[in-house]
Design a protein. Structure first.
Length: 367
């Protein structure tokens, strides 16, 4: 019988958990005016990258400059009145103490005038500070570093502090986050590996075929969603090439560990029967032998064998349905198990399995 065979290889076996997530910006800022006025300058281009503090727009500052000058003039007048009131208070107090020519009531009244004018001067200073603040608000700068979206207001328009629509939106692209979900049953395993070190997360395209970015797991949410039985996790990515965009759907592969020197065969070689898992191994005389095996883990299209098979043995991967112990076969070599890289072994989004062959991966990831 013609069959397809492959070699069992000794290689490192990565263990992934797969979840479906969406890209989320670390900071998204809607820029609005804090003063009323005409937009006289737009200092940015759509799609431009800006740094924190860069000038974005200028609102006509002349009305607020006039208000500042008026406040400064008011302050000068009230300061002059305060100085005169203080001099009169000193005179009245001296006359009261020297000759009694002034009454105590007149001295107290003059002191009250001094205190009143002192409060007026303080109020004038606050008015000046507020006018200066309005002038600062006339120059709109970037509060965070990020990428500017489409311009929402054109130069020459009137803008108001009460406007509901923003002038522009800045989104921080580097770094960027991905929030994805995993079944709650996998949470203890994730927490255990997090205590041992930082976990690697990989973001794949929507069809789960193209790896977009590699980052690290940042944190796990503090509660489980009872309606879905899942927990949310957050991974962070440098996103230097801007392959990830906010609100983009991605498949996330979380690398828990890498099992060193595992005996690996294609998952198609594993057969299941009443007595458990087994494979057909090829003998030198081109006959097959039924070999019971114990599965350590299945990841994608690869299976790690815990016991029952040695490296470099040949197993049948296709055509097993008509085979039995001692059947004579015509072997045809398939792609070697080792030709499947660690990343491509999970690129199809298939769940990993525990030692008994049951699925141990996310029910939400993969497609």
């Amino acid at each position: 019988m013609p069959v397809t065979v492959a070699k069992a290889l000794k290689q490192d076996m990565p263990v992934y958990l797969n979840g479906l997530g969406s890209v989320t910006a670390f900071n998204t800022v809607s820029i609005k005016s804090r003063v009323d006025g005409q937009l006289v300058q737009v200092a940015f281009k759509e799609g431009q990258h800006v740094n924190k503090g860069d000038l974005l727009a200028v609102i006509d500052p002349r009305p607020y400059q006039v208000q500042l000058e008026q406040a400064e003039a008011q302050l000068s007048r009230d300061q002059a009145q305060l100085r005169d009131a203080k001099l009169n208070y000193d005179r009245f107090k001296g006359l009261l103490q020297a000759s009694g020519a002034m009454s105590q009531q007149q001295v107290d009244t003059q002191l009250a005038t001094v205190n009143q004018l002192d409060g007026t001067v303080r109020n004038d200073q606050a008015t000046i500070d507020n006018a200066k603040l309005q002038l600062v608000y006339c120059r709109i700068t970037a509060p965070v570093s990020g990428r500017i979206g489409l311009r929402l207001v054109d130069q020459g328009n009137m803008v108001h502090a009460s406007d509901t629509n923003a002038m522009l939106v800045i989104t921080q692209m580097q770094p960027i986050a991905v929030i994805f979900t995993l079944p709650e049953d996998q949470l203890p395993e994730v927490i255990q590996h997090m205590h041992q070190g930082t976990l690697i997360a990989q973001a794949y395209s929507r069809d789960d075929q193209t790896k977009l970015e590699t980052g690290k797991l940042l944190t796990v949410d503090n509660q489980i969603d009872q309606t879905t039985g899942t927990v949310r996790l957050k991974a962070v990515f440098d996103n230097k090439n801007e392959t990830l965009w906010p609100n983009q759907f991605v498949n996330t592969h979380l690398l828990l560990e890498t099992r060193k020197n595992a005996t690996v065969v294609p998952a198609a070689a594993i057969q299941r029967g009443q007595q458990g898992n087994y494979v057909f191994t090829l003998k030198p005389d081109n006959t097959v032998e039924v070999r019971p095996v114990t599965i350590a883990i299945t990841q994608g299209n690869l299976t790690a064998i815990a016991s029952g098979l040695s490296p470099d043995e040949t197993v049948v991967t296709d055509g097993q349905d008509k085979l039995k112990e001692g059947s004579k076969v015509e072997p045809r070599m398939a792609g070697r198990a080792g030709n499947h890289s660690q990343e491509s072994s999970t690129a199809n989004g298939e769940p990993s399995s525990t030692g008994d062959g049951t699925s141990g991966s996310s029910g939400t990831g993969g497609r």
